[in-house]
Design a protein around this ligand. Sequence first.
Ligand code: GTB
Length: 216
Amino acid sequence: MNPTITAFETSPDRGQGLARDMRVRWALEEVGQPYEVRLLSFKEMKEPAYLALQPFGQIPTYREGELVLFDSGAIVFHIAEHHAGLLPSDTNARARAITWMFTAVSTMEPPVVEHGMMKIAESGEPWFEPRMALLEPRVHARLAQLSAHLGDADWLDGAFSAADLLMISVLQRLRSSKLVDGYPNLAAYVARGEARPAYQRAFAAQLAVFEASQAR
Ligand code: GTB
């Protein structure tokens, strides 16, 4: 039986591929694993039946038989562990790729998300400008460090892996602020990820969900 993931019935990003089901869809497409999608309203996400699967009432979840997982990084890791193509087979290279997966969600993602949430939720507030003056340099510091590591390599550590998939998903959250554009190697890195056929299929699938929601 194919795994089932959950996603927004109507994504607040209007199909830009920024919601976190996108990274799970991308991973499943990379490994050639077909999947089903259960779409949820915001109300359904906060009901007890769903909270039993995802204690924070968020998308995505991943169900495969008896196994239910939540948190997109863990789901991508599970997919990468159980299919060929997203983690190297060499033990040390695999450990390094897993390190970069954690780095994507624990070192890069928090300042990026904080910066993005500030712009979405607090742009009219009196503290917006001084707070952004703190947050933006933090994001730039991480981007500069990541850019220095990547150099002129195509991917973070050798071949494309789940680490690149997560890292690119995080960098995409900066699209509207254009902060990545100041780092040409990172901008090219994101474009390389987005050009992958698996990414394109995943993007089209989530966009189709949003478009269907607008046609109803
Ligand atoms: N750590 C969890 C994971 O990685 O799976 C975080 C999951 C999460 O934040 N899910 C969000 C959610 O369900 C959707 S993706 N939010 C509803 C809630 O908390 O009530 C985050 C997201 C939302 C919107 C945009 N956007 O509009 O651009 C981008 C990303």
